[in-house]
Design a protein around this ligand. Structure first.
Ligand code: PLP
Length: 373
């Protein structure tokens, strides 16, 4: 795949669109007869909605979740036939835009439901809508009292309810008692509402078993190769590889320091490769090593090598002393890939793989591999 990359590219993100499609098919098979949608918010988690949405639509995905009206407009252009849900719901006065996009707001508070119902009445339409119930996350979602008021007040009858959903707080941990509590709360709260398809699970929740699947699951991270669920392997494969070029290799004598603020002291002679990616490319500064702390790792020709010194804006310095063979100027170093999964990079940076993925910088040369095309 490097053959496609121009020599001038210092950093490369390779997205395997066939793997995205394959991951979607594997999750769809796992949750059948429930439907498998796809969450493509935040530019498909930073991987490029322009390429990811058509690949998923071609694989058979029909329901897409975005966060914002702008993302909905882009998704509509890329997937003309799809059902598009807007997770941020209805901003005051934004209804006309959503109707024009043929996107459905996920209505999560009583004011938004009333506004959408009023718009439906004004236009003489039964507008489609999704409702979000709060089952214990306390982020977005109608509480029990509000949803009962909306039902008894006849407001919901003015809308075509297409989906009733909620979101889990602790689904990455199969042993967390909150999962069962939220499941019971979702069943109870949704039973008050007119009948509609139900949805509770994201990437991790769908691994909790069939009780959590209902009619539709909403994975995002797992489609992109993420392993959020801690109770076993999610049946997906890596999608993204991030590489950067070695700019030079130097021998650093014992006693010298490496990088800004001289936090890293070479206690013995070290061979250091300077690599063309830094925090401006999404390599969190927390991956720095020095002041007695170890930092992140990169992979060179299949061998892991530690970052030495501070991560700077455009560069990292990597200790390649123990890498067998010659590391040379122009070589590609893997920052994220099959041997350096998102979760490992996230853990080293004191965060989660989701944040690593959605922070990939804008100046990487991007390659899309699509065996299906
Ligand atoms: C982001 C999001 C998802 C997808 O979550 P993943 O963990 O990436 O699968 C699903 N539902 C809601 C409400 C979300 O905000």
């Amino acid at each position: 795949m490097s053959a496609l990359v121009p020599e001038t590219a210092t950093g490369i993100v390779t997205v395997d669109l066939s793997a995205v499609a394959e991951n979607w098919r594997a999750l769809a098979a796992r949750v059948r007869p429930a439907e498998c949608g796809a969450v493509v918010k935040a530019d498909a988690y930073g991987l490029g909605a322009d390429r990811v949405i058509p690949a998923l639509a071609k694989a058979g995905c029909r329901s897409f979740f975005v966060a914002t009206p702008d993302e909905a407009r882009q998704a509509r252009r890329l997937a003309p036939q799809a059902v598009i849900y807007v997770l941020d719901g209805l901003m005051p006065g934004s209804g006309d835009d959503l109707i024009e996009t043929a996107a459905m707001p996920v209505l999560s508070n009583a004011d938004a439901v009333r506004e959408w119902a009023a718009l439906a009445q004004a236009r003489g339409l039964r507008l489609p809508a999704a409702l979000q119930l709060d089952s214990g996350l306390n982020r977005l979602g109608l509480g029990e009292a509000d949803s009962l008021t909306l039902v008894t007040g006849g407001v919901l009858a003015r809308l075509a309810l297409k989906l009733v959903m909620s979101h889990l707080a602790c689904a990455d941990d199969p042993d967390d008692a909150k999962n069962g509590q939220q499941l019971a709360a979702f069943r109870r709260l949704s039973s008050h509402l007119p009948r509609a398809p139900l949805s509770l699970a994201a990437s991790d929740g769908l691994m909790l078993g069939a009780d959590f699947h209902f009619d539709l699951v909403r994975p995002g991270y797992a489609l992109y190769g993420g392993q959020a669920f801690k109770g076993g392997a999610t049946p997906v494969k890596p999608v993204v590889r991030v590489e950067a070029r070695v700019l030079q290799v130097r021998d650093v004598p014992a006693g010298e320091t490496i990088g800004y603020s001289a936090t890293y002291v070479a206690t013995s002679a070290r061979r250091i490769a300077t690599v063309a990616a830094g925090y401006a490319d999404g390599l969190f500064r927390r991956l720095s090593a020095g002041d007695g702390e170890t930092g992140g790792m990169v992979s060179i020709a299949g061998h892991l090598a530690p970052i030495a010194g501070r991560v700077s804006m455009d560069l990292i310095t990597v200790d390649v002393t123990d890498v067998p063979g010659v590391v040379a100027r122009g070589d590609l170093v893997t920052l994220i890939g099959p041997d350096l999964p998102l979760e490992a990079v996230g853990a080293a940076a004191g965060t989660i793989g989701y944040e690593v993925l959605t922070n990939l910088g804008r100046r990487y040369h991007r390659c899309y591999v699509d065996g299906d095309a």
